[in-house]
Design a protein around this ligand. Sequence first.
Ligand SMILES: Cc1cc2nc3c(=O)[nH]c(=O)nc-3n(C[C@H](O)[C@H](O)[C@H](O)COP(=O)(O)OP(=O)(O)OC[C@H]3O[C@@H](n4cnc5c(N)ncnc54)[C@H](O)[C@@H]3O)c2cc1C
Length: 495
Amino acid sequence: MDDWRAIGFERLATERFDVLVVGGGIIGAGVAELAARHGFKVALVERDDFASGTSSASSKLVHGGLRYLRMGEFGLVRAALGEVRVLGEIVAPHLVRRLRFVLPVYRGGPYGRIPIRGALWSYAGLTGAISERGRLIAPAAAVALVPPLRREGLRVAGLYPDAQTDDARLCITILRGAADEGAVVLNRAELIGLEPGPVAVVRDAGDGATVEVAARVVVNASGPWVDEVRRLEDGSAGTSVTLSKGAHIVLEQLGDWGAALTIPVDRARVAFAVPWQGVLLLGTTDAPFDGDARNVRATDADERQILDEVGLAVDRDALAAPVRARFAGVRVLPGGTSETARAPRETMLSRGRLGMLSVAGGKLTTYRRIALAVLHALRSELELHRIDRRPHPLPGAADPDLAAAALLRRRPELEAQLATQLASAYGTLADEVAAAGPPEPLGDGVTEVAAQVLYARDREWALTVDDVLRRRTTIALTGRDSDAVRARVEALLAS
Ligand SMILES: Cc1cc2nc3c(=O)[nH]c(=O)nc-3n(C[C@H](O)[C@H](O)[C@H](O)COP(=O)(O)OP(=O)(O)OC[C@H]3O[C@@H](n4cnc5c(N)ncnc54)[C@H](O)[C@@H]3O)c2cc1C
């Protein structure tokens, strides 16, 4: 067993924790980091790999959610817009990048010019201090930003700012922050039982061994599995959430996209076409899901639906590019909602029989605020008098251009392109990454290097090839995970 795992399980078995977090998606990670930063003794257990659930299957937008305005969710949008700024300026500037969005208005489409202008105006008002405000632009200006935009019937377009990220890396970086504050974080460690105390029974997926973990409070942040985990505490616990599947496809990017597209599909839904990591991310669907979220997959039917919906605004030629990858995730919506696209994206907190606090729903964008709400709910058990609500930089937080320049000053032997790539993914931690191994690309068409695999293994808890290709890097999601690359990563992990 790797040293860090043995040490982690030993700590689980022998220490008493203030907070045990179940689930290593972005919400669990955020709670663990915040609680650890407040001086609490924290452990987090994740059944599979960190970010292997919804937190690596999102649209990767850090956004207010223009469409939620129509649903009257002004509070949610204002809070999310505040987070766009805080995450991009303080918490993780290297991982959260501003991106402009074009929203085309077609003759006969679901919205006319006036509602769109109203929505942009409200969005800007809720944004507060933001440099660029939304406005309407002429069709020619929209096409100049997004050359494959369909011109026929295009009356006008909205242009507004939001941001994007690498969801899995953001999650891993938050966990790194928690670990730096002393938290035990373990993947392949599943909660399988909860007894009065509370005492949690955690199974090591490696050898099947179990440990009993004593904690003052347990936080259930298991996303789509929230009710499954609630039933470990109370077998009669009912269903508290509705699940909805969302699929994406990843296309080779043809042409130069200077902005992303938000495409109104009907009066409840939008589709996105977003340039991301050199490819084009298209999505997403929104359909009720009642299977096991572990088996959620993007199907051929999802692919057709996404291409049809994005095709409302993008030329067919651009959509004929090869599909590089596809993926799906499961949204958690509060309560029993029948129409998932119109369901509110709020977060729910609930208590179980043994006092476990379950947290469900919400957005990647608002993970920090959700963590604050969780800590607030726990303050009497934890005897916490004051919560520090200020945003704190995550490990490596830096302007990526400055971090790349600093890296090159210290390591002039690196290629400038590689320094930029490392600084965008790791910020100032790029130095540690570069020191972890050779700057040797992993294979044809793959600019990620051997050092990143070794760093993922030694500092980011990666155990398998997929941990590296899907969640420590974007190699798999951008469709560059050839057999040769997989073999190289496997050899490096074993080295
Ligand atoms: C298609 C789609 C697109 C989205 N796009 C966006 C977007 O662009 N922007 C945005 O802000 N939000 C977006 N969201 C929402 C966002 O992705 C989610 O709100 C967020 O990822 C939820 O994180 P989580 O930690 O609650 O859940 P998850 O990431 O699913 O994490 C839960 C974890 O719990 C673990 N677990 C389960 N049972 C156990 C157990 N017994 N023991 C230990 N661990 C366990 C699981 O393995 C899993 O890793 C999107 C969601 C979907 C589905």
